[in-house]
Design a protein around this ligand. Structure first.
Ligand code: PLP
Length: 401
């Protein structure tokens, strides 16, 4: 039977201590035992269902991690204090000194910076490739390649990764495919398409409220177990643990994700169509002219649409800046980084979330300095929003009245 991420969450039965419909919040760092031996056994991972210390596991975090694992169809999950906490923990758990990574050239700027500037300190080398070209990926593989890294829909160019093809390359070479699914929760379930590990910034669509920063790692029981091993686990030893209060609120927001993703997608598709018709060459994977449209159709759960992200190119950073200021003034949304919020957010990627990527690499990957990335909100009346954008386009003389 086809994996349905929304049904998997709907069917969860997670109750609180007194039968509360929402799981109780465990507001404790440590846990008491009646017998010393049980504590020793728990420390060595030999006791099921016992909690020891909240950097290792906290029940509130476990509820959220279990819900995310259900959504992804993986055996287990673990939640972190940020998306970068999830990404860096997963990578450092997989790779050691002397290992090699093949990564999409377009990734979130922080991930790019971690691989290109930070990992060399540990003698871990990364080759950046055009992830939409499987031949380029295959050619970049080396005997010591431990991991292929990509984003389902890349930030900010919205390229689409052919996850089954990348998983096949990883398997052929005994490497792991790690996929950041931050832009496309519900829409794509990477582990069901062959990815070995799925990482998230929960900060974005999954939480959807822009009131916290959080992340998650989903994968096999063995991998999650290795992450929190008391002697060698990256997550246990570096400690990027999420606060249980936040886990509890993110879990509640997760239960409305399927409806929100449909509305984000519906609104983004509407704006992409209008922008395109106005001659602005919108970049949106739902448009037939998008290079990843066919791959997207093959890997997506169609009922959730093509996502809430779209981009347009105003060629220069100056024009992009002026246009964004106008849109903010005319209540289209907010000039802000990040995404997945109920209000529309827009930013100039090359000068913000991808500014860690050197300018020559930005050029090589085709990232224009005038690119505006939109995270389209949950607007009730998207036609009205389009009229506001249209008004700004006319004022900037980008289109005629
Ligand atoms: N992955 C993607 C695709 C992102 O856009 C971001 C944005 O910040 C991150 C990861 C990092 O997540 P966080 O800010 O929660 O650490």
């Amino acid at each position: 039977m086809k994996h349905d991420p929304a049904n998997a969450i709907f069917d969860l039965k997670q109750f609180g201590e007194y039968g509360d419909v929402n799981p109780s919040i465990t507001d404790s760092a440590t846990y008491t035992f009646m017998q010393a031996k049980t504590m020793t056994d728990t420390f060595h991972g030999e006791t099921q269902g016992c909690f020891l210390y909240s950097r290792h596991w906290n029940p509130s975090n476990k509820y959220l991690a279990d819900a995310l694992a259900a959504m992804e169809g993986t055996e287990e999950g673990w939640v972190t204090a940020s998306g970068m906490g999830a990404i860096t923990s997963a990578i450092l758990q997989l790779c050691k000194s002397g290992d090699h990574i093949v990564s999409s050239m377009t990734t979130y700027g922080g991930t790019f910076a971690f691989m290109s500037n930070y990992l060399p300190r540990f003698n871990i080398e990364t080759t950046f490739v055009d992830i939409t070209n499987p031949e380029a990926v295959r050619k970049a593989m080396k005997p010591n390649t431990r991991m292929i890294y990509t984003e389902t829909m890349t930030n900010p160019l919205l390229q689409v990764s052919d996850i089954p093809a990348l998983a096949a390359i990883a398997d052929e070479h005994g490497a792991k495919l790690v996929v950041d699914n931050t832009f496309t929760p519900m829409i794509v379930a990477p582990a069901k398409l062959g990815a070995h590990i799925v990482v998230y910034s929960l900060t974005k669509f999954i939480n959807g409220k822009n009131d916290c920063v959080a992340g998650a790692i989903c994968g096999s029981r063995d991998f999650i177990g290795s992450l929190i091993d008391v002697n060698t686990g990256t997550a246990m030893l570096l400690g990027p643990v999420l606060d249980p209060m936040r886990s509890s609120s993110i879990l509640k927001n997760l239960h409305t994700l399927h409806i929100r993703m449909q509305q984000h997608s519906k609104n983004a598709a509407y704006l992409a169509g209008k922008l395109n018709a106005a001659g602005l060459k919108a970049v949106y994977p739902g448009l037939e002219n998008h290079s990843g449209h066919e791959v997207m159709k093959r890997i997506m759960n169609p009922e959730f649409g093509f996502g809430g992200m779209l981009a347009i190119d105003l060629v220069t950073a100056d024009r992009a800046g002026r246009f964004m200021e106008l849109m903010e003034m005319h209540d289209v949304g907010y000039l802000a980084v990040s995404l997945g919020y109920f209000k529309t957010l827009f930013s100039n990627s090359g000068k913000s979330t991808s500014s860690e990527v050197p300018e020559d690499v930005q050029k090589e990957m085709g990232l224009s300095e005038g690119l505006i990335r939109y995270s389209v909100g949950l607007d009730h009346d998207i036609e009205r929003t389009w009229k506001r954008i249209e008004h700004c386009l006319v004022q900037m003389e980008i289109i005629n009245a």
